[in-house]
Design a protein around this ligand. Structure first.
Ligand SMILES: Nc1ccn([C@@H]2O[C@H](COP(=O)(O)OP(=O)(O)O)[C@@H](O)[C@H]2O)c(=O)n1
Length: 323
């Protein structure tokens, strides 16, 4: 049992770097719309040198953990089922030295503290009963600032832009929050930005000072609920949420975070862009901080921006990056 399971061999190319020790790492992304596991394999050419990524196994389940706010044990079961994959993929000889972490995002930030803590504590139990290495603070909620910074680092690292003045900003649209992050080059931007939206950190011997802002509740799904003025309690009474964004005759239902929401067009027969636009404006007016510099800065947009751009044929599907 020192080899990965046969069906996973292709994604964990242990033979390629067999002369080096394989190092594994397991990361859970507990998003508002799903829980995902990433099982990474790395090798290291010499002690102290950087890890080099060899492969990754990815799997996900829906709904997100935050949907189990009232049934934390059931939420932890979803984590346990994904963890089984890791036990199959990582040779047992490596279990004890393979770190396991879970980072929860905006779905958790929206929960009352006692519910979020209840879920995290059930997940900790699952982690502690696993054969893997559980570092201190391995199960936590990522704050919006860290989420924005990590997305910015990822995009600029992967596109070779971390050094120099040619970084790109990032726009990340999740289910429950959205983040905008960029490296300001104008002094005016720094002057007009509140301190809590500026984050400094060291990376590869450079210091970065980023503008980053996370809007909790303005992720795609939560913003949709806000536009519909939908609440869980009203949804449970099976009332229909109506909007001018829908054709008048439309009636449908939508499941988010384990709750079914019925929605439909207005009985006044009115619909169309302008009416819809003002409904959406109502939820963003006065909430957005906009600096002039972003008008002239390049941005990369991903997550639901990508999904929706594909759905509406604004861009083609990226088969290589979806793999
Ligand atoms: N590994 C991942 C995980 C999520 N996503 C995208 O992130 C969006 C959902 O974000 P999320 O459920 O993590 O939401 P938040 O908790 O960040 O608000 C979807 O568009 C997913 O396709 C992704 O592109 N890659």
């Amino acid at each position: 049992d020192t080899d990965p399971a046969p069906d996973l061999r292709s994604v964990l190319p242990s033979e390629v770097n067999s002369k080096y020790n394989t190092i594994y790492g397991i990361v859970f992304d507990a998003g508002s719309t799903g829980t995902r596991i990433h099982i990474y394999t790395f090798h290291q050419r010499a002690a102290g040198s950087p890890l080099e990524l060899d492969g990754e196994i990815f799997e996900s389940v829906k709904p997100g953990l935050s949907a189990y706010a009232n049934q934390p044990e059931k939420g932890a079961d979803a984590v346990l089922s994904l963890l089984q994959l890791a036990q199959d993929a990582v040779p047992s000889s490596h279990w004890q030295k393979t770190p396991l972490i879970l980072k929860a995002t905006a779905g958790f930030r929206l929960l009352p503290v006692h519910q979020a803590e209840g879920l995290l504590s059930e997940v900790r139990k699952v982690f502690n009963s696993s054969p893997f290495l559980v570092p201190e603070n391995s199960v936590t909620i990522l704050d919006g600032t860290d989420e924005g910074i990590l997305a910015w680092i990822t995009v600029n690292f992967l596109t070779g832009r971390l050094h120099g003045d040619h970084s790109v900003g990032t726009l990340d649209l999740g289910g429950a929050s959205t983040q905008i992050t960029f490296l300001p080059l104008n002094k005016a931007t720094l002057d007009e930005t509140p301190q809590e939206s500026l984050a400094s950190f060291e990376l590869f011997n450079s210091t970065y000072r980023l503008y980053t802002r996370s809007y909790l509740g303005l992720g795609l799904k939560e913003a949709r609920l806000a536009v519909l003025e939908a609440s869980v309690s009203v949804a449970q009474q099976e009332q229909t949420f109506r909007s001018h964004c829908f054709p008048p005759a439309l009636n449908g239902s939508w499941v988010f975070s384990g709750v079914t929401y019925r929605y439909g067009g207005h009985s006044d027969g009115l619909t169309g862009f302008h009416l819809c636009y003002s409904e959406v404006q109502r939820i963003v007016v006065g909430k957005l901080h906009q600096v002039e510099e972003i008008r002239h800065s390049p941005f990369y947009a991903f997550s639901y921006y990508y999904d929706r751009a594909v759905d509406s044929s604004l861009i083609g599907e990226c088969h290589v990056c979806a793999a």
